[in-house]
Design a protein. Structure first.
Length: 399
């Protein structure tokens, strides 16, 4: 037998559907590392009593509670999409639910390392999806400039460069991107080099080109397994010798912008673009041309589009883009706020950053990769410098 209360609600122990709160509204789910933060507007109608708690749960059964918005659900799997329900609870039971969805993911972090005019061992980082000034990350194993970087979603790797005692380097060093701290020795490249360039898939890092300790422009391509440590192995050769080039990648293809000079003027700068298949080994193949011949550029990418930033005069503020999976010439994207060269670039899933450089000082710019247009101010590096390198946890190679 059911009893009816004075408001017409059917009562059973601990629950009355006519006395429970209304559903939370304006549900917004924000993704984090193995978690989702479920924000909402509390219901104005709290039913027959005050709301005691809010509960949010995935449709797979993982739940959490909180006394106010937001409710944070932890213990989730990064990269998995979850549907979420959230409801208010009072003494009469849980009310109807509001809904949302989200996909937990590691934070998108960019780490900028090294540089000169006097070589430094500085590393600083930013969260790519926000804006603001960089924060100190730690130190490289030595003060160095004109090095190259690459990364998986968890580990950043830097290689080569020019030391404070005017020495070329073959050192490879690594960091754990999610944890600030000093770099650790990884191994060695097959050759001493500065002005080299780096890119990656989710598992393999590529370092190519540069100038060797005899001052010669080289074509060498090396590769490493990012999750391990040890010396690099030979991959093949660039078709054209390259120093002060730049690289970007998708998960399968690395793209190298050839540069053949450095400094104030483009010493024999060219507009050549070449590519490799990262999982294999072998020599690079012609891709197409940049919009303008230049050197001392930097590059980064989403999983589909690669961007090249700046370069030597008269082209220092140019941004070009390519579609990585195809071949062909680059297209004009827009302009940097400041005309610069010897910068560093890093990317997330949707946004690209460009930092430092000659004439750039400590400025960080950003663009939205899928669109076109001029860059916008992001914030500042902790130290003004050029000849630095960058890596990021959500670059095109990891997507």
């Amino acid at each position: 037998m059911s009893l009816r209360n004075q408001n017409g609600g059917f009562i059973r122990p601990g629950f009355d559907p006519l006395q429970v709160p209304n559903e939370p509204t304006s549900v917004a789910v924000t993704a984090g590392d193995t978690q989702l933060s479920v924000a909402f507007t509390a219901p104005a109608n709290t039913g027959g009593g005050a709301i005691s708690t809010y509960q949010a749960a995935t449709t797979t059964g993982i739940s959490a509670t909180a006394s106010t918005s937001p409710v944070v659900i932890t213990g989730l799997s990064n990269g998995t999409s979850y549907s979420v329900r959230v409801w208010a609870i009072n003494a009469y039971g849980p009310g109807p639910f509001g809904t949302g969805s989200g996909t937990p993911a590691l934070p998108q972090i960019a780490v900028f390392a090294g540089g000169n005019d006097t070589q430094v061992n500085v590393m600083d980082y930013v969260t790519i999806t926000s804006t603001g000034n960089a924060t100190d990350f730690g130190d490289l194993t030595q003060a160095i400039s004109y090095l190259a970087g690459c990364a998986s979603s968890t580990r950043g790797v830097y290689a080569g460069g020019f030391g404070a005692v005017n020495s070329y380097a073959n050192v490879i060093q690594y960091i754990t991107i999610s944890s600030a701290g000093n770099a650790i020795d990884f191994g060695d490249l097959t050759y001493l080099v500065r002005f080299n360039a780096g890119c990656n898939s989710s598992t393999r890092g590529i370092f190519a080109g540069g100038t060797n300790n005899g001052g010669e422009i080289v074509r060498t391509i090396n590769y490493i397994t990012i999750a391990s440590t040890g010396n690099a192995s030979l991959f093949g050769d660039l078709a054209t010798g390259s120093t002060s080039g730049a690289e970007c990648s998708s998960s399968t293809r690395g793209v190298h912008n050839i540069g053949t000079g450095y400094g104030e003027e483009p010493l024999g700068a060219v507009n050549t673009i070449e590519y490799i298949t990262i999982a294999s080994t072998g020599n690079a193949t012609d891709f197409g041309d940049l919009t303008v011949a230049r050197t001392s550029t930097s590059a980064c990418s989403s999983s589909t589009r690669g961007l090249t930033f700046g370069g030597t005069s008269p082209s220092r503020n140019i941004i070009d883009y390519i579609t990585i999976a195809s071949t062909g010439n680059a297209t004009d994207f827009g302009d940097l706020v400041t005309a610069v060269y010897q910068t560093a670039s890093a990317s997330g899933t949707t946004r690209a950053l460009n930092a430092g450089g000659v004439s750039g000082g400590n400025v960080i710019n950003f663009v939205t990769i899928a669109s076109t247009g001029n860059s916008s101010d992001f914030g500042d590096l902790t130290v003004a410098r050029n000849g630095l390198a960058a890596c990021s946890s959500a670059n095109g190679g990891t997507q």
